[in-house]
Each structure stands twice: as structure tokens, then as C-alpha cells.
Design a protein around this ligand. Structure first.
Ligand code: FAD
Length: 333
């Protein structure tokens, strides 16, 4: 391509096409490296396309950025699950360096009875069905989603706000955030909470689900909760909630969306036993972003745990610089 940097002849594999992987790819291709992104889903973008809803981030913007990278020479192979299709050691044998940016997309559940009833979704699944798979167009699209009339969303973060607002847009009469602390302790950005309130989202504060209730056909009919009170601050500095005795109450609902967090998916790391992990299963890196395997770098949520787009992009940029320096001193494969 005219104006392209001279080729270095070095090949770099990037695992995951989210903000960390895309940013690293953009920087590395500018340096003249041959860059291939391996993405598990059928479309790159990571949480930007499957998690954050269209009303907050138009997908056109992500598509344009991905298109620019492809024009610059970045190759993107979708539907490739690293840990299944290829392993990290296999990629390392084929490429001069590897950047792992596969995020932290494994949903955490509450562990209460009834969580396997029909009508309970993880926020990840709920948002993916709607954002990536266009379930709102079903049956014109391939993927359905239950159109609950009374939706309960468990959690107090940005993901919970996105889920509750999505439920409203799918036609729910009521969409209620159920959170065990108060508004002050909510991890969601104040702006997101305000927008949710403006759109009619209800807030059931100081309430913790103890059971998802269902009918004999195993469809969700409600949520049994207990009232909470706040005690002394915990390790995070937030006041820890404790149940108030004999305070159980029931909320009627037909869909429950669990948005209480995500963590690293062990699928990739299980097939790469030499990769050092922390106790939460996140990949450990040194100050340059390199993992315990020489030439294998990592960044974004897979290192930090669920964090932010800007931090993931920063990791991608830093890792690209570190890979450049690593390649300058590493022998050619
Ligand atoms: C609903 C929601 C709303 C959010 N809102 C905000 C917000 O408003 N502002 C903000 O700053 N942050 C927000 N975040 C957090 C932010 O999106 C993440 O911190 C960020 O996307 C992390 O980037 P990443 O590149 O590390 O991972 P991801 O975006 O998760 O991308 C990882 C990519 O790797 C792919 N992948 C996973 N496993 C494999 C594998 N084995 N092989 C190949 N590919 C694989 C995934 O399919 C994915 O495309 C939100 C998160 C969610 C879920």
C-alpha cells in the first residue's frame, strides 16, 4: 500500500479483537510488522460490539476503526478460539511475538437456588444476544431473546445499567436494578445511573437476591430477596452489606439478568500451563507487559480483571512498544 512503512518481516499474533488487541495491532502495523488478530467471535470489537449497547456506542464507529486497521494491513481471522483452534505455544512457534488480549468475559453468577431457571441470563449473554446477534429483530435474525415484561437486573455497575436500559428498549414495562448496597456505593458511573433513572429504570436498593423463583415448567416468576443494612467499610473501602433478619420479600419478574461481574476465561490459559497466573486466573506480566513466556505479552482485562476501555487501549499501545523493543533484540525465527 502506498505510504506503508517498510516491512520488518516480523510476524505478530494478537489474541482477541477488543480495544487492547485492536490498539496494539494499529501500533504494530505502523511499525511495519505483519500483524494477525485471532478473534473467537464472528466479528472483531470485543466488548465494544457485544457488550456496550448501540445507544451508547454506535457500532458504525467500531466498524470504521476496524476497517482502517484492515486497510493498513492488519489481518483479522474470526471464529478462531485460541485454546481450542490453536494454543499459545502453537502460535508462538509460528509468530515472532504474541499479544494476548482476550479480555475477562466469563460471567460470575450469584450461586443462589433457581439460577438455572428459564429466563435467567448472565448480562454477558443477554447483551451479546441483543447487540451482536440482533435478537431484537428475531425472527429476521437467527437469535431470540426473552422479551420480559418485568425484568430484574442484579448488580450496580455499568453492565447492570446497560442491561436494564436494554430491557426497557426491548419493551419491558418495568426494569429494576436490584443492588445490595446504596446508590453511593454503586460502581457504575454517576452519569450512567442518572441516565438509567431518566429512562424510568427502577432501583431496589439494599436488597440481595437469595432465590430465583419459578413455576412448575421452570420459567422464572420472581425473585426472593432479603433487605440489607450497611456495616463497617470492607477492604474495598465500601460499607459492607449484611442481611436484616426476617426481612425476606418477593419481587415478581419474568426475566432475571445477572450482572455481578466477570472473570478470566480459563479456556486459553488451561492449554498453556507455563503461563503464570494470579490467584484470580489473570495473566501476570512484568513492567513491559511480557508474560512468564518470552515473546508472549498480555494486556487489557485479562491482566487487570474487568476494567475500562481506555486502560485496555493503553495496555495495547504499551505492549506494542515493548514488542518492538523485544523484536529489535530477539533473533529472527
Ligand atoms: C456491558 C459493558 C459495558 C461497559 N461499559 C464501559 C464503559 O462505559 N466505559 C469503559 O471504559 N469500559 C466499559 N466496559 C469495560 C470495557 O469494555 C472493557 O474493560 C474493555 O473492553 C476490555 O478490553 P479488552 O480488549 O481487554 O477485552 P474485550 O473487550 O473483552 O475483548 C476481548 C476479545 O477477545 C476475544 N476472545 C476471548 N477469548 C478468546 C480466545 N480464546 N481466542 C480468541 N479470541 C478470544 C473476545 O471475543 C473479545 O472480542 C464495559 C464492559 C461491559 C461488559
Amino acid at each position: 500500500m502506498p505510504g506503508s512503512p517498510p516491512s520488518t518481516g516480523r510476524r505478530i499474533a494478537i489474541v482477541g479483537g477488543g480495544p487492547a488487541g485492536l490498539t496494539a495491532a494499529g501500533e504494530l502495523v505502523k511499525s511495519g510488522h505483519d500483524v494477525t488478530i485471532f478473534e473467537a467471535l464472528h466479528q472483531p470489537g470485543g466488548v465494544l460490539v457485544y457488550g456496550i449497547p448501540e445507544f451508547r456506542l454506535p457500532k458504525k464507529i467500531v466498524d470504521q476503526e476496524v476497517g482502517r486497521l484492515q486497510q493498513a494491513g492488519v489481518k483479522i481471522e474470526c471464529n478462531v478460539v485460541i485454546g481450542r483452534t490453536y494454543t499459545i505455544p502453537e502460535l508462538r512457534a509460528r509468530f515472532d511475538a504474541v499479544f494476548i488480549a482476550n479480555g475477562a468475559g466469563l460471567p460470575v453468577f450469584m450461586g443462589v437456588p433457581g439460577e438455572n431457571l428459564k429466563g435467567v441470563y448472565s448480562a454477558n449473554e443477554y447483551l451479546t444476544r441483543v447487540n451482536l446477534m440482533a435478537a431484537y429483530e428475531f425472527p429476521q435474525s437467527d437469535t431470540p431473546v426473552l422479551l420480559g415484561k418485568r425484568v430484574a437486573v442484579i448488580g450496580g455497575g455499568n453492565v447492570a445499567m446497560d442491561s436494564a436500559r436494554t430491557a426497557r428498549r426491548l419493551g419491558a414495562d418495568t426494569s429494576t436494578i436490584v443492588y445490595r448496597r446504596t446508590r453511593q456505593e454503586m460502581p457504575a458511573r454517576a452519569e450512567e445511573v442518572r441516565h438509567a433513572g431518566q429512562e424510568g429504570i427502577r432501583f431496589e436498593m439494599l436488597a440481595a437476591p437469595v432465590e430465583v423463583l419459578g413455576n412448575p415448567q421452570r420459567w422464572v416468576t420472581g425473585l426472593k430477596c432479603v433487605r440489607m443494612q450497611l456495616g463497617a467499610p470492607d477492604a474495598s473501602g465500601r460499607r459492607s452489606p449484611t442481611p436484616i433478619p426476617d426481612s425476606a420479600f418477593t419481587m415478581e419478574c419474568d426475566v432475571v439478568v445477572v450482572a455481578v461481574g466477570t472473570r478470566a476465561n480459563p479456556l486459553l490459559t488451561a492449554t498453556c500451563p507455563d503461563l503464570k497466573l494470579d490467584r484470580r486466573g489473570n495473566i501476570v506480566v512484568d513492567a513491559t507487559g511480557m508474560t512468564s513466556l518470552p515473546g508472549v505479552f498480555a494486556g487489557g482485562d485479562i491482566v487487570r480483571g474487568a476494567a475500562t476501555v481506555i486502560l485496555a487501549m493503553g495496555d495495547g499501545k504499551r505492549a506494542a512498544g515493548a514488542i518492538d523493543r523485544y523484536l529489535a533484540s530477539a533473533p529472527r525465527q
